[in-house]
Design a protein around this ligand. Sequence first.
Ligand code: GLP
Length: 245
Amino acid sequence: MRITIAKSEAEFFQLGARRILDQMRQKPKAVIGLATGRTTTGIHSVVSNLYQQAPFDVSGIVVFAMDEVTNVSREFAGSCYDMILRQVVRPLGIPLDNFIMPPTRSDDFTAEARLFEQRIAERGGVDLQFLGIGENGHLGFNQPGTPFESTCWHSRMDSQLEVRLRRESQTPDDVFLGGLTLGIKNIMHSRKIVLAANGTKKASIVAAALNGPVTPDVPASVLQLHPDCEFILDPAAAEGLTPPN
Ligand code: GLP
């Protein structure tokens, strides 16, 4: 496990963006899993800016979001499809055929989950999985308690996010608002993982994930077992870490 602590939040966004762009430059057919949220929105904006300054061939790059909100319209501004499309795919000009996403609506999310995994596997598996972290330690929509053996599945989301997305998407209370997410096992099969966290509100969960026991109660703690994983933190998110001996 590598821990990189940026000197400022601005440097944090730069570092995160560089990990994504470096992966694209190193392997012209790289398969890159992205994550949505406020953290990665800042990082993707730097990805887009740096790319405009120094464009390169991205025609073979494959991207996907590791999770998707279900039972909303795909065009809803909070869907992962829409966010990654606007933040990364369009600004870089990645071909739409190389943007792999599950649908937001389906009669059979179990089948969609297997298809999503299959489409990623057909492109050669994940070279880089970029992750955010929830304040409760969730990865994607894998909430605390999710078994480490989980593969892609249709999960609930944390209640705070659910309340906000239900309001913004005007989804009625009787419609299940969930998330199709790669499971913990899928995430751990990525060749490389980078998790980015910023802000004081992430400090205690970052400390639990890095310094605490490996337990499904803190899904991100499983990353301690990954052979090539880096945490990129801003100074505020690193506040609770135990200093190395
Ligand atoms: C959502 C996403 C996660 C993301 C998390 C963090 O729950 N499904 O993939 O890691 O938000 O969001 P933020 O960066 O806004 O804190």
